[in-house]
Design a protein around this ligand. Structure first.
Ligand code: DGT
Ligand code: CA
Ligand code: CA
Ligand code: ZN
Length: 599
């Protein structure tokens, strides 16, 4: 998912029906929301339909043979089903075209910015004739907005923050989208004759949470390069060429105008080029200084003796790090967070890998806001992730109304459903969990006697995002039944900043009580983020990685959570769900004893 929500006509012709329909339904929801509270339910319906489209595994046209087969998809009733068929048959939706005439189109973009409710946007439009983001920024700067009734300094400050976040995210991709695009381009390029080797570099290789552009390093020897470069810039994904020279091509992709930079190097330069273009820039600069100290010169072509210009190394990264008497530093660690010192001492962690993961610690089913029922999820996991020994079903608790949170009696019903499915599949895969709301005062949304019955309790904050939430989180850690804090910072990349938390205090409390901290692998959360993960494990806090899946397609996000853990220096030992459930039971027992001692 790109963070840019609305697609240009050019982009639409190159995308699957699912993505285009998800975009249209998202816009329709915005239109209805703009029209006011009377259309609230319709807006919700289209939001759900948009989400369903985004999560579909196959192109919607494969389901859409008739209304009845569409009806089986969650969030798709007869009304929406008809619109899908209309779109597949005619390429447009009449209701949508009509809506676009009633609501100023450019206003829809504003509705995606955090801090802008429909009422706010309506006022801005009606009173100040504001139609788009640029006009809004100009009006704020001219002091026009602050003169409106109800637009105090706090609100204006919020609006400015929302605009800034939106602007930042507009030009960057979320990691999974960049990974998918990057791997696709890499696959195409590797097939071009003369390309001996090709690899992703840049922030993508370091697995940063957002990616500016895609960098690729290839080996191709001198003679054939011109021809190869002309092939690079004529791949079908390419939209516009920015530069093409002897050793480099830059172009924009049709998809989202993403930039790709490809460099061609010789075999003996490959390691130094890969090192240089993987970055980070700060890591590179440090290496170059170290080279200088030794009387060497390091650049993208190799490592050389400064006096004699003799080549010392450059073929592989391993060889280069060896020259500096450093351990090989994995790309995820090249951020100047102490990796040089650790590599010098031979103390780099052995980073956790995807194949170490034995289970998934948070997910939602149709019991709350997920799109699949428990049995479907269990069967899917048994088939697709045979490595998994357990998955924890963690539907929402009651106060999460919009997400269909469950009442205590419903959880008890769900327990027997879980037992039934476990029996049917003959595997003890499903664990009974909950994502319980941490309420405003730090208490929990479910009674203690019920909380004790769950196999795993994740406690999360879903409200009060603007204030310091340290107190609420500390209190949740102190609860003897809470095993883990879910998406601890509450941030949504490009949409909502993290709420303030005293992380030192939280990690200390989590360590003392034996409460785990989650890395939530939803692409726009990646929460806890990498540098805080590093602080947490330095204080010996246990980490869980979970996909928080709401649809089957999201279970693959585990890879992103593992990437964050690696960027946070986690070994397999730091991550609880690399262990068997037996060990997790021991962790829980310790937590209970610790809580008994403290309280
Ligand atoms: P991005 O694309 O903004 O997500 O981040 P990167 O890290 O991929 O940055 P990018 O694409 O501008 O450049 C790729 C790598 O090339 C970068 O990580 C380090 C290296 N690089 C680029 N410019 C410089 C520079 O001025 N000095 C040094 N030492 N390295 C640079
Ligand atoms: Ca880049
Ligand atoms: Ca670049
Ligand atoms: Zn949540």
């Amino acid at each position: 998912m790109y963070m840019k929500k609305h697609l240009s006509p050019e982009e639409k012709t190159n995308l699957s029906h699912n993505i285009v329909l998800a975009d249209i339904f998202h816009r329709m929801a915005s239109c209805y929301r703009y029209m006011g509270p009377a259309e609230r339910f319709r807006a919700q319906t289209y939001d759900n339909a948009s989400r369903t489209m985004k999560n579909l595994q196959e192109d919607v046209s494969t389901y859409a043979t008739d209304l009845r087969s569409l009806d089986k998809l969650s969030g798709i009733g007869e009304g929406i089903g008809k619109k899908i068929i209309e779109f597949l048959e005619t390429g447009s939706i009449k209701t949508y075209e009509k809506l676009l005439k009633e609501v100023p189109v450019e206003l829809l973009e504003l509705m995606d910015i955090n801090g802008f409710g429909p009422a706010t946007i309506k006022t801005l439009h009606d009173e100040l004739k504001i139609n788009n983001r640029d006009e809004l920024i100009a009006a704020i700067e001219a002091g026009k907005v602050e003169k409106l009734k109800g637009f105090g300094p706090g609100k204006i400050e919020n609006m400015k923050r929302g605009l800034k976040l939106f602007k930042e995210s507009y030009s960057r991709m979320l990691l999974p989208d960049a990974l998918k695009t990057g791997k696709d381009i890499l696959g195409t390029i590797q097939k071009i004759p003369g390309v001996k080797k090709a690899e992703l570099a840049g922030s993508l290789r370091r697995r940063k949470e957002t990616i500016g552009d895609i960098d690729i390093i290839t080996i191709a020897e001198g003679k054939g390069r011109k021809k190869i470069i002309s092939k690079f810039v004529s791949i079908p994904q390419c939209n516009r060429v920015l530069a093409s020279g002897e050793t480099k091509a830059s172009f924009l992709l049709k998809r989202n105008n993403t930039q790709v930079d490809i460099r061609l190097v010789s075999e003996q330069e490959y390691g130094s080029a890969l090192l240089y273009f993987t970055g980070s820039k700060e890591h590179n600069i440090q290496l170059r200084l170290m080279a200088k100290d030794k009387g060497w010169k390091l650049n993208e072509y190799g490592l050389f003796d400064e006096k004699t210009a003799k080549r010392l190394a450059g073929k592989s990264e391993e060889e280069l790090y060896r020259m500096f008497r450093l351990q090989y530093i994995p790309p995820e660690l090249r951020e100047m967070r102490g990796e040089m010192e650790a590599a010098k001492k031979g103390e780099l962690p052995r980073l956790v890998e995807l194949k170490d993961i034995k289970g998934d610690m948070q997910m939602h089913s149709t019991w709350s806001d997920g799109t699949e029922d428990i049995e479907t999820i269990a069967k899917y996991i048994l088939n697709k992730f045979p490595r998994y020994e357990y998955i924890v079903m963690t539907d929402h608790s009651q106060s999460e109304r919009i997400a269909g949170g469950l009442k205590p009696a419903e959880f008890r019903k769900q327990f027997s459903e879980i037992d039934k499915v476990n029996k049917k599949t003959g595997k003890d895969l499903l664990k009974k969990g909950v994502e319980v709301d941490i309420l405003a005062d730090g208490s929990l949304d479910l009674p203690d006697d019920l909380l004790k019955e769950f196999d795993w309790v994740v406690a999360s904050i879903h409200s009060g995002f603007n204030k310091d939430n340290t107190g609420r989180l500390l209190k949740a850690c102190e609860h003897s039944s809470v095993h883990c804090i879910g998406h601890p910072s509450g941030r949504m990349i490009g949409k909502r900043e993290a709420y303030p938390v005293d992380w030192e205090k939280l990690f200390e409390k989590a360590a003392i009580t034996g409460t785990a901290i989650e890395i939530n692998a939803q692409p726009d959360r990646l929460d806890l983020k990498d540098d805080l993960v590093k602080s947490a494990i330095e204080r010996e806090v246990a980490i869980t990685i979970s996909t928080d899946s709401h649809a089957l397609s999201q279970f693959d996000n585990m890879e992103l959570g593992v990437a964050v853990a690696r960027r946070g220096w986690c070994t397999a030992k730091n991550v609880l769900n690399t262990r068997s459930w037996k060990i997790i039971e021991q962790f829980k027992k310790k937590k209970k004893n610790n809580a008994a001692k403290i309280l």
